[in-house]
Design a binder for this molecule. Structure first.
Ligand code: ADP
Ligand code: MG
Length: 478
């Protein structure tokens, strides 16, 4: 027989599931464990303080309604917060949160009794450290300017930012391990991942933090294999307390590097060390990453950064202007924020070029100057061209569905579109032949090589073909 508290909670979950989207449900409700039902008070266990705060802030109404409908108007909810993931922790700290009182939302008396650092600040002596041997200092590779202070909060980044902050307060001890941050370029992944590292260093100066770009990780791995120092490579990474790897999508198709990373990941995760990853796509959409790694990426929290709204863009510009101690008319700031929408890097680029123009050429900062600079700067930004994008342009041009490229079909027009995509990917991206193959119908590198030769031949022999290709090429670069 199922116990009553489990039954009640399962019924609640059914209702909740119908009321929120799948991803939120998975993130915020799946990890909750019902503990007991006493005197019509249902106690649920949540993995962290942050988790509790998030539920209270975003789902309190839904929770309250659901509890009422299951337990009647006297029904109440209590949270039990796990303060430390490590198994030897005594009973989780329990606090009472009445569901019938909305004032509790912002009532510090409820949030305060919990000591965030309870149990996590004490250093447990490591039996493996030989006395007298100093801990090797590792350069964290963190950029000071990429701090939380300089990271403007907005709806576009609220979840990722607060999760990042929670992780920095309690690295390795929240449910967000790994913390997986994803977005298209220029929306603040690198900045946020540095901010987490910096904050950890501020909170826990003794912790070893390492920021590394995935490309750097890959090169280190390749060097270590070449120099027969692979063990050192792995050991080095196993010493890290907070490992931040930026742009993890670059591991696509690099099986050996992934294998090595898999072992490092497992080791760190098991030891309660924090892992932070960034990517241009959510885990489910990452291609060329082994399933066993992908499934681990989903263990923690995947949070995206979205395009900032106008107010956030204005706030970001003002932060820069303030930090640099410069002055700029309000209408110019608004004009900039209004016109550069989808990429914060471009927004900052436009700002910098305005500053440069005005100081070098002694031009007054006006909307006209801003407009000139946007025209010049934003258009001249070299957009990163992706294989996905190339495929889309090719398929649009020939009016064929993108899925056809990945199918097994040998229809002439599809084969040709696939080969063109491969050829153009080789031309416009830095991806390896095997990565291109993987994205274009799961082919191997020799197929891609063959495609590149076939297309080169056609360009030389078939004028009409060449003009089609040129047109597509132009569209890609547009
Ligand atoms: P990504 O890694 O996603 O391509 P970056 O982290 O490099 O993006 O961000 C691009 C630029 O935008 C950086 O200069 C960064 O400081 C700035 N930026 C991004 N998000 C914010 C934010 N929320 N507040 C302030 N600056 C931001
Ligand atoms: Mg980046």
């Amino acid at each position: 027989m199922t116990e009553l508290h489990i039954e009640v909670w399962e019924r609640c979950l059914k209702v909740i599931k119908d009321n929120i989207n799948y991803q939120s449900f998975k993130t915020w409700f799946s990890p909750i464990k019902p503990i007991r039902l006493d005197n019509n008070v249902l106690t649920i266990q949540v993995p962290s303080q942050f988790f509790y705060e998030w539920l209270e802030e975003h789902y309190i109404h839904l929770l309250r309604k659901t509890i009422k409908s299951e337990l009647g108007s006297s029904g109440r909810l209590e949270y039990s917060i796990v303060m430390d993931n490590s198994a030897n922790q005594a009973d989780p700290y329990t606090i009472k949160v009445p569901t019938s009182n909305n004032k509790s939302l912002n009532n510090p008396a409820i949030a305060m009794p919990i000591d965030l650092n309870k149990g996590s600040n004490k250093e447990i002596p490591n039996p493996f450290v030989i006395p007298g041997l100093k801990k090797i200092k590792i350069q964290s590779q963190l950029i000071d300017a990429y701090s939380f202070d300089n990271y403007v909060e907005g709806d576009c980044n609220r979840l990722a930012r607060s999760a990042g902050f929670a992780v920095a307060q309690n690295p390795g001890k929240t449910a967000f391990n790994p913390l997986f941050i994803y977005s298209p370029v220029g929306l603040g992944k690198t900045h946020l991942s540095h901010a987490i590292g910096i904050q950890v260093k501020n909170n826990f100066p003794d912790k070893t933090v390492l920021y590394v770009a995935a490309e750097q990780f890959i090169n280190q791995f390749i060097d270590s294999v070449r120099n027969n120092t692979h063990n050192d490579f792995v050991h080095f990474y196993q010493m890290i307390d907070v490992l931040i790897i930026d742009d993890i999508q670059f591991l696509a198709g690099k099986e050996k590097t992934q294998d090595s990373f898999f072992h490092i990941f497992n080791y760190l995760h098991q030891k309660g060390k924090q892992i932070v990853l960034t990517s241009d796509k959510p885990p489910v959409e990452l291609k060329g990453i082994e399933p066993r790694l992908l499934s681990r990426f989903k263990w923690g929290l995947a949070a995206d950064l979205q395009v900032p709204d106008l107010d956030t863009r204005i706030a970001i510009l003002k932060k820069h202007i303030y930090n640099d101690g410069i002055e700029m008319p309000e209408d110019v700031i608004e004009y900039l924020a209004y016109n550069v929408k989808t990429n914060i890097r471009e927004l900052e680029g436009a700002l910098i070029s305005i500053m440069a123009q005005s100081s070098l050429n002694k031009k007054e900062i006006t909307i006209e100057l801003a407009s000139e600079m946007i025209e010049k700067f934003v258009k001249h930004t070299t957009r990163e061209i992706s294989i996905d994008y190339i495929q889309k342009v090719v398929c649009d041009y020939f009016n064929i569905p993108i899925e056809a490229l990945n199918s097994k079909t040998r229809k002439r027009e599809i084969v040709q579109a696939r080969q063109m995509s491969m050829f153009l990917s080789k031309k416009h991206t830095k991806a390896s032949l095997s990565t291109i193959g993987l994205f274009c119908g799961n082919k191997d590198h020799s197929t891609v090589l063959h495609a590149c030769r076939a297309i080169t031949n056609l360009i030389e022999t078939d004028k009409q073909f060449k003009s089609h290709l040129d047109e597509i090429d132009k569209k890609i670069k547009m």
